[in-house]
Design a protein around this ligand. Structure first.
Ligand SMILES: [Zn+2]
Ligand SMILES: [Zn+2]
Length: 131
């Protein structure tokens, strides 16, 4: 794992409460340029940003500290695009994946009948690749 992505930290600026993304992140107390204020502000806090990402389409969005906003966006996306699998992360850490257990019935049946799993694997593998 290279980890090049996910190193960026969201920064909360002390004086103006604006947020910004820096990579690499500055140190708390550093003076950084705030684009919205057009002046230097000191760094108050570094936080991991909430992000959502869909495995089925190119949805990828960041929500800053707004966990509720991120979760609501996951809900809206999955309501609109049935079957999409969306990952919710905080910084580099995966918190939750939505949509993974909505699988075809035959896969759930295999889960509840582990002894049959081996004999059915070839069948299910083929079904998955053909879709
Ligand atoms: Zn500002
Ligand atoms: Zn999607």
């Amino acid at each position: 794992m290279s980890g090049a992505r996910g190193q960026a930290k969201m920064v909360i600026l002390e004086d103006c409460r604006h947020t910004a993304l820096f990579n690499p992140p500055p140190i708390i107390g550093d003076a950084v340029w705030c684009r919205r204020c057009q002046s230097y502000r000191s760094v108050g806090r570094l936080v991991d940003e909430w992000t959502i990402r869909c495995f089925r389409c190119n949805l990828s969005r960041a929500y800053g500290e707004d966990e509720q906003g991120a979760r609501a966006a996951v809900g809206r996306h999955r309501l609109r695009y049935t079957g999409h699998v969306v990952a919710l992360s905080k910084g580099p850490r995966l918190v939750e994946t939505f949509g993974v257990d909505e699988r075809p019935d035959y896969l759930q049946w295999v889960d509840s009948h582990p002894l049959h799993q081996g004999s059915l694997r070839a069948l299910t593998d083929r079904s998955v690749t053909e879709t």
